[in-house]
Design a protein around this ligand. Structure first.
Ligand SMILES: [Zn+2]
Length: 403
């Protein structure tokens, strides 16, 4: 078994060791040392990275027999018995141990306040998350997040000691452990002074102050649990910066202070809603006038008025509205189209008193335009892509109607 140097000292960055084994796996050198400060991952915390001599350590894993496997970038083999110098990437370790220790604190806070057990924990690239046995209506959950966050940060600000204890199961049974299941003869318990006792083999801060701010970022219901995303320490600082930048830039666009941005956006959306309503009313008025003008300008041929018009790049909803308005007059057949680049959209409608089968005729028109169309006998719509043929096809359709 590889001696785990991180077990007793999570701040150990550099170490010397001897090569016990070295072999090639998937094109990479894998080296086993007699002792190592690299954390091999586990319990939701990813593995460390760093260097062994000049080679990058890409990944670290623990084999079933307790040997730690360091996966190296590079193909130069190390000799068994050779002395090597190892160094872990400290910024990565610090970031991971802040999230990991922060999780111990946050999980205990949810347990103390709400009896909510933590059933899962994962650290991702930007956030970490825990799965809690906690359910409540959204408002109560929001309040619970704030209370747990408050308690967790009080523990951080207290700068309490984080102590490691190696204990037997009998000794462990005397401790108020948060997690109860373990299956080794000897276990390590991580104590956060007067707050939390939890069996864990990961890397931790030495004092809670080192964790830095613990911030709940978001939460959601997932698999009958409440999944809480949070950030600690350096990540919390970066997340605050990003959130502040977003809020500030939104506020600047609205010419208000950062803390007034939310209210300003609410006002803006209300204005937007009212403007939308007013715009719709004005469009209806305009369409009414346009319909009357079109109707009056179109002569009666064969007892009907055939109103044919092609618009360029006009909103199709508006075109349909115009068609609906036109067929409120008696004796009208309307064939309207709007074209935009390679697409034409069409509507064919007729007054209630005419025998024209709008859907059948429009279907035939759209087929000639390389598209499809259909609808009801008095109102049909469709489209096609042969825009160049549009004028000719519509003229033919109008001629059919005029017979
Ligand atoms: Zn831990």
């Amino acid at each position: 078994m590889t001696i785990k140097l991180y077990w007793h000292d999570s701040r150990l960055r550099q170490f010397s060791a001897q090569v016990v084994d070295c072999f090639v796996q998937d094109g990479h050198q894998v080296v086993v040392l007699d002792q190592s400060a690299f954390y091999p991952g586990g319990g939701g915390q990813p593995h460390d990275t760093g260097t062994i001599n000049a080679a990058r350590v890409l990944a670290v894993s623990l084999a079933d027999d307790g040997r730690m496997l360091h996966h190296l970038d590079g193909d130069r083999p190390l000799k068994v018995g050779e002395g090597v110098a190892g160094e872990i990437d400290w910024s990565r370790r610090l970031e991971l141990l802040q999230q990991h220790t922060g999780q111990h604190i946050l999980s205990q806070a949810f347990w103390q306040l709400f009896g909510a057990e933590t059933r899962g924990f994962r650290i991702f690239d930007r956030v970490a998350e825990i799965d809690l046995r906690l359910d409540a209506p959204p408002d109560e959950l929001a309040a619970a997040m704030v209370r747990a966050e408050e308690l967790a940060n009080t523990v951080v600000f207290d700068d309490r000691a984080v102590r490691l204890h190696t204990v037997t199961p009998a000794q462990a049974a005397q401790l108020p452990l948060r997690k109860e299941s373990f299956n080794t003869d000897c276990i390590r318990v991580v104590e956060i002074a007067d707050f939390d006792w939890s069996p864990c083999g990961g890397t931790h801060a030495q004092r809670t102050g080192e964790v830095g701010l613990i911030a709940v970022r978001s939460w959601e219901r997932a698999k009958r649990m409440t999944r809480v995303q949070f950030v600690c320490g350096g990540r919390a600082l970066r997340d605050y910066r990003a959130a502040n930048q977003t809020a500030t830039s939104v506020a600047r666009r609205l010419s208000v202070g950062r803390d007034e941005a939310s209210e300003a956006v609410a006002r803006l959306s209300e204005e937007h809603r009212q403007l939308g309503r007013r715009a719709r009313a004005l469009v209806e008025l305009a369409i009414k006038a346009e319909a009357q003008e079109l109707f009056e300008a179109t002569p009666v041929t064969h007892h009907w008025r055939i109103i044919l018009h092609i618009f360029d790049d006009r909103d199709f909803d508006e075109v349909k509205l115009l068609a609906h308005r036109l067929v409120t007059y008696d004796g009208v057949v309307v064939l309207l189209a709007t074209r935009r680049r390679e697409t034409a959209r069409l509507v064919l409608a007729r007054s209630a008193d005419l025998p024209v089968e709008a859907n059948t005729l429009l279907h035939a028109v759209c087929e000639r335009l390389g598209g499809r169309g259909g609808g009801k006998a008095d109102f049909a719509q469709g489209g096609g892509t042969r825009v160049a043929a549009l004028e000719g096809v519509l003229a033919d359709a109008a001629a059919t109607l005029a017979v």
